[in-house]
Design a protein around this ligand. Sequence first.
Ligand SMILES: [Mn+2]
Length: 421
Amino acid sequence: MSAMITIFLTLTILTLSLAHSNLGSNTFFSTYGPQVDLPFTGPLSFAHLPYSKCLDPTPTQAQPEEFDVALLGMPFDTSVSYRPGARFGPFGIRAGSRRIRPNRSWTIAWGADPYEGGRVLDCGDVPVAISDNALALAQMEAAYTSLLFHPTKSNASYTSPFAKDGLEHPRIVTLGGDHTVVLPILRSLNEVYGKVTVIHFDSHLDTWTPVNSGVSNDENSISAITHGSFFWKAWTEGLMTERNVHAGIRCKFSGPQDLEHDSSVGFALLTTDDIDHLGSSGIAALIRERVGDGPVYLSVDIDVLDPAFAPATGTPEAGGWTVRELKAILRGLQGLNFVGADIVEVAPGVRYEWFVFPASCDAEGTAVIAADLVHEFVSMFLAQGPVREARDTWAERGWVTEFVGNGNENGGWARKWEMPG
Ligand SMILES: [Mn+2]
């Protein structure tokens, strides 16, 4: 019996090696070229970027150990006031990014592909404790700090002018997770930059005190730290300047005293409805004026958008901005001194249709939007110049553009593009 097995194994090995040697030069590579990722193939990293477990002493991928921008998932959702599920945010955002790829990410607005040159790396997720929030916060802070002190890839000096040690530190785009993840992030940033100014897109204030909002009667307890109180906590710890700003606020309050308290912890406020008077550019201009030229941290809660666009989130609020409006405002912030950014409260698990009918479900739509916003953050962080319009690109290429106005002094809004014949 064992002789038969030996013969069988020998024949099998012979057959396999013959099959291999018969390939000759007729390999997949020689016939079809590199093993590229299609939108629907490959392992799950953000935008098909290289993926590395950057928190390990020996990263899983030997090659891309240096980066200028890192993506880091924080799948933490155990301090929410309503629906949990944001622990699936990093997975969902990566899945929503599948149609973004290096070499297929050039946009008119930025005039560049931010993934060109290998400066962006997906560093995976922080393994967070699921039954101990104090431990989870410590883990997220340690992870963020580990990446902050990672060497950068290029010689550019985006962050060194603001760093206490005068060195260049990478910028991290965090994939949440519920909004509480910003507290360990601000604690970590404080080590490098001191106080930072926060630009906070959200339908909610997130500055509520735990006692007044009824989530805890002990301000010093870990139970006091939730996704609705973390900015209050960050303020008490001296992590933020007095020039912070909320944009897109429209939730329901306990009364005007919530707004007074918000103002007392360093925030100014732009409501969702302000866009009707100011427009996207007016909103961006006020934000810029407010935050000034120091180090700025950008935090975007997906629920700043209307639930018509992004329903897969834990505490949806009706009457929000469109994706296009939010992107226009974000682009208006180009040139500020961002030291980091996040997209939080993406909870694709809220709608389980993802796995049943992905083409039309709410979870996928929300995740596609979140991934697109991450692409905007990365593009803005690595942009070489101001945001562009199509006519800038056409002009560079020698193509003719013509304004067709309505004759008034504003010159008219319709534009006629004459393509080369
Ligand atoms: Mn919110």
